[in-house]
Ligand binder design. Structure first.
Ligand SMILES: [Zn+2]
Length: 141
């Protein structure tokens, strides 16, 4: 979220709700059961909202009306210092992962080799994802 909203009416830090009016919920009628029996007589799928116009922006907690238009909402947030600039961060995480991988191989050496390959199979870019690998134990099962 790139805004921080503290409601002047209720004082809570909540998100802003966009209220639309005149919107229709449209569905495709997939089945009709004239005798009932399945519960509903009409079964629908692919439900989606259509049309509708912006009515207002409000506090999600108490319904305090902030603005009627997007433009007014932005100026209101700016005025109250509630628009915050997002910064970019790069977070590097070091973790320890232990996996037991079952492989088919002719001997132990090949088994270890194949298991290590499988261990890193999802690393497309080794700069982004890197695992320190160490064989802890090998046994024939
Ligand atoms: Zn409120």
């Amino acid at each position: 979220m790139n805004y921080q909203f503290t409601c002047p009416q209720c004082g809570y830090d909540r998100h802003i709700e966009e209220i639309m009016e005149g919107a229709h919920l449209c569905s495709k009628v997939s089945s009709i059961y004239p005798e009932g029996g399945v519960g509903d007589e009409i079964e629908t799928t692919e439900t989606e909202w259509q049309d509708g116009a912006l009515d207002r922006y409000q506090c999600s907690n108490c319904g305090f009306e902030i603005a009627k238009t997007t433009e007014d909402l932005i100026s209101w947030l700016k005025e109250h210092g509630m628009l915050v600039k997002l910064k970019n961060f790069e977070v590097q995480i070091k973790g320890e992962v232990t996996k037991t991988i079952k492989v088919e191989a002719v001997d132990e050496e090949t088994a270890i080799e194949r298991a290590h390959e499988l261990f890193t199979v999802n690393c497309e870019n080794p700069n982004e994802e890197k695992y320190d690998q160490e064989t802890i134990n090998t046994k024939e099962v």
